[in-house]
Ligand binder design. Structure first.
Ligand code: MG
Ligand code: FE
Length: 169
């Protein structure tokens, strides 16, 4: 295996661990959301996409003769738990959660952009095709979050001003 091919495989494994972390974080957030049905529905939709992405990445990794790193995947899950847990006690949980999700989606966009470029270098058209299939899902999720951050913020502040309703989640 050439050096660039090793890099592609490493980055595919990183992406797989990242998608596991993503699933974990989205699951944690969705479980806690009560008063923001639109956000919840969009995140639920993205969890399905995220699970599909994990399978596609797994296929790429196995095709290249690798296996997913259970250590990396386990630490990704632990990190996600830490992040989800740390968000639970802040009074603006829903806003912080949406901001974190936006940042995370942009990290995913960067990862697939790198993978596509690397797969072009090694002539791995299947990895390229799969990453080009995943990338628009991440772009759409990031765009959605950015477009909805203003209304989410307004909604949160409205609820916060009303002593009879819960704002934080
Ligand atoms: Mg993803
Ligand atoms: Fe994503």
């Amino acid at each position: 295996m050439s050096d660039p091919e090793k890099s592609v495989l490493d980055w595919l494994r990183d992406a797989h661990a990242m998608e596991q972390q993503s699933e974990q974080m989205l699951t944690g957030e969705i479980k806690r959301l009560e008063h923001y049905p639109q956000l919840k529905a969009r995140l639920e939709e993205h969890i399905e996409e995220t699970r599909g992405q994990q399978q596609l990445l797994q296929q790429c990794i196995e095709r290249l003769g690798g296996s997913t790193s259970s250590i990396k995947d386990a630490s990704a899950k632990l990190m996600a738990f830490g992040q989800a847990a740390s968000g639970m006690f802040v009074s603006d949980e829903v806003v912080k959660g949406a901001m974190s999700a936006y940042v995370f989606e942009n990290m995913e966009i960067a990862s697939y952009t790198v993978l596509i470029a690397a797969a072009k270098v090694t002539g791995d058209s299947e990895t390229q095709r799969i990453c080009e299939q995943i990338l628009p899902q991440e772009v759409a999720m990031a765009e959605w979050l950015r477009n909805h951050l203003p209304s989410l913020t307004e909604n949160f502040l409205d609820r916060k001003a009303d002593p009879d309703v819960t704002a934080k989640r």
